[in-house]
Design a binder for this molecule. Structure first.
Ligand SMILES: Nc1ncnc2c1ncn2[C@@H]1O[C@H](COP(=O)(O)OP(=O)(O)OP(=O)(O)O)[C@@H](O)[C@H]1O
Length: 306
């Protein structure tokens, strides 16, 4: 059994009528990842996730879950999902909802119910009925339901949509705990990029049904790191001076007049050095690119990150 990849898709395509909602998508989610799935409304996130859960049949292409086809029921049992709203009974407690659902799933050992409620920070809700829960609590209960049956992979479609900051923080803390302490692999779609960047270890970016980038958190951080943006009259001579005086510095030259010097703190001495050497410095500014900017850049077809 292949355990390196929780999910691998090969040329995954879904066509509705004449329109491709998902097109030739090759996605790789490694075991242990928190995979942030990013895309604008209508870009094909939900359709992809539904196909990965076996809820929607692909028009073309394959999906493997831990090395087995998604068509295989045993493979699908390794997946827990919260795709749309969880079917919660409002007049029942969190525990009663869980027990009922566990029974519907045919689970006989109910000991996991309390463990899961504890993991999702819901064990203190006691006799409180779900109708009195905050949105965040309901969402955590939805995730708790998805954990029944002890799946290895959790697929969550927009689980923090509509939550207030406190609700978002609570869901985030639970997801980080599920990943770090219990080893769950998690795919989470969201358009709240700042939030995703607090937990994802890997990202997939989908645009008009196509996966346009997959990138690890580490690589993203490298690409989003601070840089000094220099606009000068002679970028090549500037580069030569930087290499000579700051041999450790990492820089990139853009055309004849612009350079980025990465993780560079010494902007004032560098500017002085350049001016002393007859270079006109038109501007120098420190820049940081965050996930949001990276995403927008990609959506607009930015070529910086190829
Ligand atoms: N059952 C369906 N029948 C026809 N078209 C559909 C169906 N489901 C989705 N689509 C279309 O497929 C495209 C992708 O939709 P999808 O819901 O996967 O995107 P999404 O990225 O999840 O968007 P959102 O964030 O708005 O949910 C959209 O154009 C949508 O209208």
């Amino acid at each position: 059994m292949n355990t390196e990849y929780a999910v691998r898709t090969n040329n995954l395509t879904k066509i509705y009528g004449t329109k491709a909602a998902v097109s030739h998508l090759n996605m790789e989610v490694k075991s242990g990842d928190i995979y942030g799935f990013i895309g604008r409304n209508g870009s094909g996130k939900s359709t992809t996730l539904k196909m990965c859960c076996g809820l929607v049949h692909p028009t073309e292409g394959e999906i493997s879950l831990y090395g087995s086809s998604v068509k295989d029921q045993t493979a699908r049992r390794r997946v827990g999902m919260l795709i749309e709203e969880a079917g919660l009974y409002p007049h029942m407690t969190a525990r009663d909802n869980m027990v009922l659902n566990a029974k519907c799933l045919g689970l006989t050992d109910l000991r996991s119910v309390d463990t899961i409620l504890d993991l999702m920070n819901l064990s203190g809700t006691g006799k409180k009925k779900v109708r009195q829960f905050s949105m965040g609590m309901k969402q955590r209960l939805g995730i708790a339901m998805a954990l029944l049956g002890n799946p290895d992979l959790l697929i969550l479609d927009e689980p923090i949509n509509g939550l207030d900051p406190e609700g978002i923080r609570e869901v985030r803390e639970c997801l980080i705990r599920l990943n770090a302490e219990v080893g769950k692999t998690i795919i989470i779609s969201s358009h709240i990029l700042g939030e995703l960047s607090k937990l994802a270890t890997r990202y997939g970016i989908i645009k008009e049904g196509e996966l346009i980038r997959q990138i690890s958190r580490q690589k993203l951080e490298e690409q989003c790191r601070d840089y000094l943006d220099l606009k000068v009259d002679d970028a090549d001579r500037t580069a030569a001076l930087i290499s000579e005086h700051y041999p450790e510095a990492v820089y990139e030259v853009f055309g004849r007049n612009q350079l980025h010097v990465f993780d560079f703190q010494e902007s004032a001495p560098l500017t002085a050095l350049l001016v002393q050497n007859g270079i006109a410095v038109h501007s120098n500014s420190l820049h940081r690119m965050d996930l949001e900017e990276y995403f927008l850049d990609l959506m607009e077809g930015g070529a910086h990150h190829a």
